[in-house]
Structure formats: structure tokens, C-alpha cells
Design a protein around this ligand. Structure first.
Ligand SMILES: C[S@@+](CC[C@H](N)C(=O)[O-])C[C@H]1O[C@@H](n2cnc3c(N)ncnc32)[C@H](O)[C@@H]1O
Length: 246
């Protein structure tokens, strides 16, 4: 039997523990959480000049208005999720250098209340300077990925924490902050066994679930948006496999 997945449309803080969620898990717990929550940077892509492209690419992200709101939302999500994490669980949380002081401090000091410890920060080198502000020379070209653990799952092998995978280029993406499945597959493959279950409570267009499916892992994804079609896109990507996996 292929990988099974559950997608839920709504706020993860209320969807976690819903009857559908409990029925899908059937007592199993998550071995890995891989998520790209709102960072709290009021992100809005600058890609797209004409009104149609602007409408498609320059969409605001829910709960992203400021770092305090983003961290508070994440903390409530973690409070709901913590009882569903296995005794040995690994977590990957995407972030960005402009809010790293707040996120680093939050993860270092608050995750222990869930029995989770911050272990490392990985760098995703994304091979692209970004469209950003042309007033200065240096484009960012990377994002942070915090790596945390509950319990001590044995380490199968160690690799350097700088990972190069090209970004999904603006114009080919199906979500404004879409992460490449190739990158997510690298992360999951370091933290999952063949029977692991993966969770992404801020699933967007479902990239984590697509990666899990391609690795044969069961997964659950939650997406709050009802306006821009991300939830439908996630389901479509999972249904058609690689076709929308740009
Ligand atoms: C940074 S994006 C994730 C994009 C994803 N990595 C992808 O590749 O498509 C964060 C997503 O979380 C969603 N979101 C924000 N607040 C949420 C909440 N409280 N519950 C569930 N989803 C939420 C946003 O609508 C957005 O699509």
C-alpha cells in the first residue's frame, strides 16, 4: 500500500485533535514535524508586474503580520501538537535571518516545556539572490532551518548542515513561499524510518506532504487559507504526484 496522507483545511490550532485527525492517526504519533510557519515578516513577493501576475504571486501570508503574532501562533500550535509527538521525534522549522533573534530565543527557551531541545541551525542555500531591493548588492540566497529533537533517535549518519538545493523560481511556483520537495526529502530522509509519520501544521501548497509521499511516508498537513486556493493545490499535488512539483 502507498503512503497515506490527511489534509485538513482550517487553523492548525483547532484542527489538531479533530475527529478526522484522531481517526487518521489511530493512536500513532508523529516521528517528524517539518514545517515552514509564517515567520512574522509580513512577506509579500515583489514578483509580477501586471495585475494578473500580482494577484497570483503577491499574496500575503496568514498570521505573518509581525514576529510576535507568528511566534504566538506557533506556540499555540505546538501546545496542541505536543501530545501527538512520539517520544523520539525530530523537528525542522524554517525561518529567516531577519527574525532569527526572536525565533532562536523562543525555540531555545520555550521548546523544553514540550520536552523538545534545539540542537542546530541548518542553512538552506537556495542559489538565488531574490528579487528584493536593488539598492544594495547582496541578495540573501539562504534561509534558516532550526533542527530540534524530542528524545534521542539514533543518528544514522552525520552531514554538514549547509544544504544546497535551488529555490522554486518565482513564476513557476504554486505558493508564494513554496519550498522545494528535493530539500524536504533530504530533511525527512535524515529523520524518518520507513514507518514514520510526518506532520506539517502550516502546510501551504503541501510540499512537505509531497516529499513524504515520494519517500513512502504517511503524513498530515493543515492549511488555514481559504482565499488563494493553497489547500486545493495541496490536494491536487498529492493526487497528481510530480506534475505540479515544480
Ligand atoms: C510559509 S507558508 C508554507 C508554504 C509551504 N512550505 C509550501 O511549500 O507551500 C505558511 C502557510 O501557513 C498557513 N497558515 C498561517 N497560519 C496558519 C494557521 N494558524 N493554521 C494553519 N495554517 C496556517 C499560511 O496560509 C501559509 O500557506
Amino acid at each position: 500500500m502507498g503512503a497515506r496522507f490527511l489534509t485538513l483545511n482550517g487553523d492548525c490550532r483547532t484542527q489538531i485533535g479533530s475527529p478526522e485527525w484522531d481517526e487518521f492517526l489511530d493512536g500513532r504519533k508523529f516521528d517528524c514535524v517539518c514545517t515552514d510557519p509564517p515567520y512574522g515578516i509580513a512577506f509579500k513577493s515583489t514578483f509580477g508586474k501586471d495585475p494578473i501576475a500580482k494577484e497570483k504571486y503577491q499574496q500575503e501570508i496568514e498570521d505573518d503580520q509581525d514576529v510576535e503574532t507568528a511566534i504566538a501562533t506557533f506556540d499555540e500550535a505546538m501546545t496542541a501538537l505536543a501530545p501527538y509527538l512520539a517520544d523520539t521525534c525530530e523537528l525542522y522549522i524554517f525561518s529567516k535571518w531577519t527574525v532569527e533573534v526572536e525565533w532562536h530565543e523562543y525555540l531555545r527557551t520555550q521548546m523544553p516545556k514540550f520536552g523538545i531541545e534545539l540542537f542546530a541551525k541548518l542553512i538552506w542555500e537556495n542559489g538565488y539572490p531574490g528579487l528584493g531591493d536593488l539598492k544594495y548588492n547582496w541578495g540573501c540566497g539562504f534561509e534558516d532551518i532550526y533542527y530540534l529533537k524530542r528524545g534521542l533517535r539514533p543518528v544514522p549518519s552525520r552531514r554538514v548542515g549547509v544544504i544546497h538545493v535551488d529555490k522554486v523560481r518565482p513564476g513557476t511556483n504554486v505558493h508564494p513561499t513554496q519550498k522545494p520537495t528535493e530539500l524536504l526529502k533530504i530533511l525527512l530522509s535524515y529523520s524518518c524510518d520507513p514507518h514514520s509519520v510526518v506532520c506539517d501544521p502550516f502546510a501551504g501548497s503541501g510540499s512537505t506532504l509531497v516529499a513524504a509521499k515520494e519517500l513512502g511516508l504517511d503524513s498530515v498537513g493543515i492549511e488555514k487559507d481559504t482565499e488563494h486556493g493553497y489547500f486545493e493545490t495541496m490536494n491536487e499535488r498529492l493526487r497528481v504526484g510530480g506534475l505540479l512539483d515544480l
